[in-house]
Design a protein. Structure first.
Length: 433
């Protein structure tokens, strides 16, 4: 018997492993079945709780404090592990010379020859303005027409990866991209590889007001120009709906359709493989825009881009966030708003507020290769109607300080956008959103 056991020890061990594995798989399957939950067809809405204030509170000087507000899942994780937060790579501010060179390369103009103009007028109370800025000629106010160039490094990287080459080697060999192109933003924010390997199966919801009747064709032209993958209604990548998820389009608006083009082109630039869901609200009212955001969440968007803002002195009751959906909102293009005013929905807890920077290639040697600093127009604020979240230390603000993050928004270093047959250079915190 002993000799038999020794002779068949390996066989017995293998059989034992198979039996144990089968038992474990059965146990796991049973546990999963017992705890499985049906997937909801409607996105779960997270209410923004009203602040609880002392009777004598005043909204000034940071003295007015709110009751506790539940942070989003990501914010709660950050609060529970503050020691994990590490500073990024130090980046020098862009020099005026570097900004001038980038502008001249894109437009052939100097900084003294150009100015900026808000695409949308400031909205009335209870309404939102798009956060887009157009680069115009200082002499006439006409839009600046950039020198549109094709930069095909994306295709070179993709083919090289297919042959097994390392992406870093190929990217280093490519010519530096123009400052207004998708490749420029990808390189500046270290997204060149991720933009080609990530995003598949992800849907970004773009929520704007009014109708852009040429949104699909303009998007197709933009992506063809820069060698980005096709994103059309026919291949299922692009979808456009009204605020209720149907096809009853609102009326067009010549300002908001520029905003829509900027949003679609910016999403395409940094996430070429993502699906895009455009939801058009009937008007620019808070109520209609909130309905559109709800529709975006219901239709499967995992991120919602709200590249607009409404200034208010109190928390608009209509706004909600959505469980499992990242809502990113523009802080606006009016700089620091001061006391008694805040930009919504960016100021709300659970919303990621996107501010603005000026971005240009570094004039001196640096690890990143780019210079970046705060853009003077980028919105920011301190909403003392909400308690200061534990994840967000901010000296000098007793409430919810914002922006949470910032990216390129300066129209002088912005993105070339295609809209209604013409190319323009656009920026604003819409771009960073």
């Amino acid at each position: 018997m002993t000799r038999w056991l020794r002779r068949h020890a390996r066989w017995l061990a293998a059989a034992l492993i198979v039996v144990l594995a089968g038992g474990l798989a059965l146990a796991l399957r049973t546990a999963v079945s017992a705890h499985a939950q049906p997937v909801p067809r409607v996105a779960q809405v997270r209410a923004i709780a009203p602040p609880v204030l002392a009777p004598a509170a005043r909204r000034r000087g940071g003295s007015r404090r709110a009751g506790s507000i539940a942070p989003s899942h990501g914010q709660a994780a950050a609060a529970s592990a503050p020691n994990r937060i590490r500073p990024g790579v130090p980046t020098p501010a862009p020099s005026s010379q570097a900004e001038s060179l980038a502008l001249r390369k894109v437009t052939g103009l100097t900084a003294a020859q150009v100015s900026t103009r808000a695409v949308c007028q400031r909205a009335a109370a209870g309404h939102a303005s798009c956060a887009a800025q157009l680069l115009v000629l200082r002499s006439t106010g006409a839009p600046v027409r950039p020198h549109v160039t094709r930069y095909s490094s994306l295709g070179r990287v993709r083919r090289a990866l297919a042959r097994g080459a390392r992406a870093a080697t190929v990217v280093a060999a490519a010519a530096p991209p123009s400052a207004d192109t998708p490749a420029y933003l990808q390189q500046a924010y270290d997204l060149s590889y991720l933009a080609q390997t990530g995003g598949s199966g992800d849907t970004i919801g773009v929520v704007d007001a009014y109708d852009d009747p040429t949104a699909a064709s303009d998007l197709s032209t933009y992506r063809q120009q820069y060698g980005l993958p096709s994103c059309t209604t026919s291949n299922g990548c692009f979808r456009k709906v009204d605020q209720n998820g149907g096809s009853s389009w609102p009326g067009p608006d010549s300002s908001w359709d520029q905003e829509i083009s900027l949003d679609l082109d910016a999403v395409s630039a940094v996430c070429p493989n993502c699906h895009i869901l455009l939801v058009e609200a009937n008007t620019d009212s808070f109520s209609d825009l909130q309905t559109a955001m709800q529709t975006a969440a219901n239709l499967g968007a995992k991120q919602i881009s709200a590249s607009w803002d409404g200034i208010a002195s109190g928390v608009p009751a209509v706004f909600r966030t959505f469980s499992g959906v990242a809502t990113v909102a523009a802080t606006g293009d009016s700089g620091y708003l001061g006391a008694d005013q805040d930009a919504y929905p960016a100021a709300l807890p659970g919303v990621t507020a996107a501010g603005g920077t000026s971005l240009a290639p570094a004039a001196t040697s640096s690890a990143r290769g780019y210079g970046e600093s705060a853009w003077s127009g980028g919105g920011s604020g301190c909403d003392v109607l909400f308690a200061r979240p534990a994840y967000q230390p901010a000296e000098g603000c007793d409430g919810r300080a914002y922006a949470d993050l910032s990216a390129d928004a300066d129209p002088h270093t912005g993105l070339t956008v295609y809209n209604h047959g013409t190319w323009s250079l656009l920026g604003g915190t819409s771009l960073s959103t």
